[in-house]
Design a protein around this ligand. Structure first.
Ligand code: HEM
Length: 463
């Protein structure tokens, strides 16, 4: 059983306790063992040398059964070509267009809430980010009805992927609970994507969405590279793998960030008030847009601090492809290593009172934590390709929600972090209360005089 029981009982406390034992700590789980990298500099070394510390090992083998050879799961040997071909889809010039699509989707989703409604916040945020990702991916190609089906297919795929990764590989897939629904959802989604790809190849226009960029991608360094299929661009199967990878990598992670941010703001009402005041001043009754995001300074710091405290992507593995040295230790080829943004973000040597929610850490004028201390999106060549996409989406959604609604915690809730595929808040239910006049006038919540400017404290103080 090794460390299995402690890992299962409270994986986060277990992880946070490991730096006490050294820079590299070996943990055992059943027949597997992995070396957890607890030192921030060594973590960075692992992330920057992605040839020696490659993706691989049992978790990736199972993930590949599901997402194929997408950008996140392919080995180093195929990664550079894939990254060159997918990077244009995330070019900064495309962000304002994605942001317009996101704003429309977010506006639609939160308009359907009503005063007094109780929300399962994690589920609601997942529905919102799935719709937003689908729309940014395919723009107008998906009618609302198909969007709805694809959203429920993706939710079934999430559950299926997670089960396939955690259930031991000796169990035949057919015996894994929910496997039939998972396979049906996966086939349906692949078929829908395939139909859209064909239509896109036929019409040849740039629709401003992620799919257009993937279909149009040409690899300038392709000559002489032997990759799978068409080496100049992405094949249809490769595009399908990338699309599914983007959904899986991008929806639940962004949803967790939003859910935690809403929870943290509700449980720190003073910071919540200041965020609302900033949003009211900057938006002045207009919808949030890409252009105003730089002025939502405190809102963005709240998102940064949320990603530090609860990094949705909390642990990953690597496999040593050759004997290597990490600090004073020799790592034999074949060793499985794990790195954890959660462990680094809660390291006492890097942060003062790491468990405290304090957006003031990131205020201008404060000494920022060292670069290797903040890795919610990883680092090096395998760093998240969708980081700016996610930061844009979460800032737009948080601003839109806070401008229009107050989300109040239900009494007596014991909200905990569930460490599974992502780090999500478990049992987080909140009550929605409309902010009188908000969304049309830009005025503050009931009781606040509209003639008084909202009070914003100095951003140099700890929040
Ligand atoms: C708050 C939201 C997000 C978080 C916290 C997050 C976190 C991460 C992390 C930590 C990695 C590195 C994994 C590793 O080292 O093995 C990663 C990779 C990746 N992410 Fe994200 N991600 C987010 C949103 C997104 C979005 C929106 C997309 C796409 C639309 C996306 C697509 C990817 C892909 C494709 C990779 C693999 C990159 C590569 O290997 O070249 N992520 N993400």
């Amino acid at each position: 059983v090794g460390h299995g029981l402690r890992l299962l009982r409270d994986p986060l406390a277990f992880l946070a306790s490991l730096p006490r034992y050294g820079d590299l700590v070996q943990v055992r789980l059943g027949g597997y063992s992995a070396v957890v990298v607890c030192n921030p500099e060594l973590t960075r070394q692992v992330l920057l040398d992605d040839r020696t510390f490659d993706k691989g090992g049992p978790v990736f083998d199972r993930a590949r059964e599901v997402v194929g050879d997408g950008l996140g799961s392919c080995p180093h040997s195929r990664h550079r070509r894939q990254r060159r071909l997918t990077q244009p889809a995330f070019h900064p010039a495309r962000m304002p267009g994605y942001a317009r699509t996101m704003t429309a989707q977010i506006g639609q989703a939160i308009s359907s809430w009503h005063d007094g409604q109780e929300l399962d916040v994690a589920a609601e945020m997942l529905a919102l980010t799935l719709k937003t990702s689908l729309a940014a991916m395919f723009s107008s190609a998906l009618p609302d009805s198909v969007l709805g089906n694809a959203t429920s297919d993706l939710a079934a795929i999430f559950r299926g992927v997670y089960r396939r990764i955690v259930v031991p590989s000796i169990v035949p897939p057919l015996l894994v609970p929910g496997d039939r629904r998972y396979r049906q959802a996966r086939n349906q989604l692949r078929q829908s994507i395939d139909t859209i790809i064909r239509a896109r190849r036929a019409d040849g226009h740039d629709h401003g969405d992620l799919l257009s960029a993937l279909v149009a991608a040409v690899d300038p360094a392709a000559e002489g590279i032997s990759g799978s299929g068409n080496s100049h661009g992405l094949t249809d199967t490769e595009i399908q793998d990338q699309v599914i990878t983007f959904f899986l990598a991008g929806s639940e992670t962004a949803a967790c960030t939003l859910a935690w941010a809403l929870h943290l703001l509700a449980s720190h009402p003073d910071i919540g008030d200041r965020v609302r005041a900033e949003i009211d001043t900057v938006l002045a009754g207009r919808p949030a847009s890409f252009e105003v995001l730089p002025r939502l300074e405190l809102t963005q710091r709240v998102i940064t601090e949320t990603l530090r405290l609860y990094p949705p992507a909390w642990i990953f593995t690597r496999t040593a492809t050759a004997d290597a040295r990490l600090g004073a230790h020799l790592i034999p080829a074949g060793t499985t290593l794990a790195y954890s943004p959660y462990l680094i973000h809660h390291h006492c040597g890097l942060y003062e009172r790491p468990d405290r929610f304090d957006p003031g850490r990131w205020a201008p004028g404060r000494i920022p934590p060292p670069r290797h201390a903040f890795i919610p999106f990883g680092a090096g060549a395998r760093k998240c390709i969708g980081d700016q996409f996610a930061l844009t989406e979460t800032a737009l959604a948080l601003a839109a929600i806070m401008a229009r609604w107050r989300l109040e915690p239900l009494p007596g809730q014991d909200v905990r972090a569930a460490a599974a595929f992502t780090l999500s808040p478990q049992r987080l239910r909140m009550r929605v209360a409309a902010r009188r006049g908000a969304g049309q006038t830009g005025r503050g919540p009931p009781g606040r005089s509209p003639s008084l400017p909202p009070k914003i404290q100095s951003t140099h103080e700890p929040a």
